[in-house]
Design a protein around this ligand. Structure first.
Ligand SMILES: [Zn+2]
Length: 341
């Protein structure tokens, strides 16, 4: 579906935007999208765009006294720098990416908040910096973000989270090379849901889905599957302490061309590159947070930032590897399939 963006302004107010799509959009086409609902109201003026990301990263780097370095992994199809920030000097590299789907808005701001937290003088931040090297990608798909669409724009309009086998897009090639070069042991990918499901067995609107498996566990090593569940339960428990997140398990999927899937499996490389013989990545999970227009921005950002910080802390203090996963099989699902990954 090609979503269209119609901007309108109301007197005295900032411009808002309405995402509209054809009435014939097929919501059964899941989980690949389309993600935003035809009648969904989105206040784009309050969401970080590409220029905001450039400015925020510059500010964070400048104020970090050398703790943060910002670099580019390459250029997008439209020529934007694919910016990432690195913070920390620890032996474990942690990959945190947001907005591979351009219209999943609030993950970008959440990663910038995480970066701000990690540059603070607190003991918790120092522990993470001493034990981890965190690679933060606030806007994986800047062209899609600027167009407010899920996919890339140029040269192909495709879902970048289905491109780690074909590598049809420069974004995929650039970030695959970065993945190879920084060799992250753990990865976390931030998404929004496009729908408003209800947690099974309740009347509670589901606000957060945990994605411990973008591929069938049979495609992972036992260690990867354990680590994924540990990362997942740390996230779920952190949200439980936060309260009222109404967490559900992401629907069962097996998508081998997603970025996280190929980080776990290896085996593919862009043209002219050698596949990585043995993947460095022993854990890779994703979050799906309730979509825009339903909660305040701050709450949506909390739903990303709180579990992300909990996972980073657990890796840094060593509690990740002994974390109890016995509650994982009991996580509820939700009644509507969301749009995602
Ligand atoms: Zn997504």
């Amino acid at each position: 579906m090609r979503a269209t963006l119609t901007a309108f302004a109301t007197a005295g107010l900032l411009a808002a935007a309405v995402i509209s799509g054809p009435a014939t959009a097929n919501p059964a086409h899941l989980p690949g999208g389309p993600c935003l609902q035809p009648d969904q109201n989105v206040s784009l003026s309050s969401v970080a765009n590409y220029a905001d990301v450039v400015q925020a990263l510059d500010r964070i780097e400048h104020n970090s006294h050398g703790m943060v370095t910002v670099a580019s992994a390459g250029r997008s199809g439209e020529g934007r720098e694919l910016l990432y920030a690195t913070v920390g000097s620890g032996p474990t590299t942690f990959w945190l990416q947001a907005r591979i789907h351009g219209n999943e808005l609030h993950s970008t701001e959440a990663t910038l908040q995480v970066l701000d937290h990690l540059t603070s003088g607190s003991p918790a931040a120092r522990l993470i910096r001493d034990n981890l090297t965190v690679v933060v990608i606030p806007m994986y798909n800047p062209d899609g973000a600027e167009a407010n669409i899920r996919q890339s724009t140029t040269p192909n309009r495709i879902d970048l989270n289905r491109d780690w086998e074909n590598f049809a897009q420069p974004e995929s090639v650039a970030f695959w090379r970065l993945w190879r070069d920084v060799a992250p042991r753990l990865a976390l990918d931030l998404h929004h849901m496009g729908q408003a499901p209800v947690v099974n067995g309740t009347n509670d609107l589901n606000q957060f889905q945990i994605g411990a498996r973008s591929i069938d566990p049979a495609r992972m090593t036992a260690q990867q599957w354990l680590t994924n569940r540990q990362m997942a339960m740390i996230s779920v428990d952190a949200l439980d302490q936060y309260g009222l997140a109404n967490v559900a398990h992401y629907p069962i999927i097996d998508i081998t061309n997603a970025a996280l899937s190929r980080m776990l499996m290896g085996g593919t490389a862009p043209a002219g590159e050698q596949p990585v013989a043995q993947t460095p990545t022993t854990g890779a999970i994703f979050y799906e947070v309730r979509s825009v227009g339903q909660k305040s921005n701050g709450q949506l950002e909390n739903l990303f930032r709180i579990p992300t910080m909990a996972v980073l802390t657990a890796v840094a203090n060593g509690s990740l590897t002994s974390y109890d996963v016995s509650a994982y099989p009991g996580l509820p699902f939700a009644t509507q399939g969301p749009c995602g990954v």
